[in-house]
Design a protein around this ligand. Sequence first.
Ligand code: TMP
Length: 222
Amino acid sequence: MTNHNTHEDMGLFITFEGGEGSGKTTQIKLLKYYIQSLIPDIEIVISREPGGTEVAEQIRDILVNGSADKISTRAETLLMIASRAEHIDRVILPALKRGAIVLCDRFKDSSIVYQGLANNISKEKIDKIHEFALEKCEPDLTILLDIPAETGIKRAIDRNESDQRFELKGKEFHKRIREGYLKLTTIYPERIKVINASQSVQSISDEINQLITPILKHRRHK
Ligand code: TMP
């Protein structure tokens, strides 16, 4: 499994990925409770991208509000990854160095899929920008909540939140997002685990807990 061991920490970095309305936020909360029930004294940091620091949240406002085509794809890519660099430097790496478990709602795979594959920008190009921005901060595990694009988009639009810029990008775009994520699972089969997010909230949570339990047990014995 890829990890951030170059940072000589004991932390654990778990990212959640998936299309719109795949239920990441709910599952992150449930996973936090589950981990706390197993290891009550562990520090768990929940964060999200784009966002997670004051400035990264300001960048998020630019990115997730307004019309679907208000910004060029290249500028959008750089802003997403700039907010990630800020988030890594100020939140993720310090937490991992303290030995915390970081549960992050979206990370680098979102940029590879949303800005890259869905816009016919190669993964290699996005990887090059990440090489500078990530400083080798890689997730230990990524949980991909997979759901048909139509189902997810309907759920997301029904939530009626204001930050719907990406949700307005149309059916074909969101089908490419799902295909892009599934393609990534073939590139990183060790790191990215797919879970069928069309199931009930409880069944999804049970599957995630099953995945995480052996990793936590291993971590306790480090
Ligand atoms: P959220 O709705 O999951 O909070 O994410 C906000 C939107 O930002 C979502 O539509 C996906 C998009 N996004 C990207 O396009 N690239 C990225 O790198 C990230 C982190 C998010």
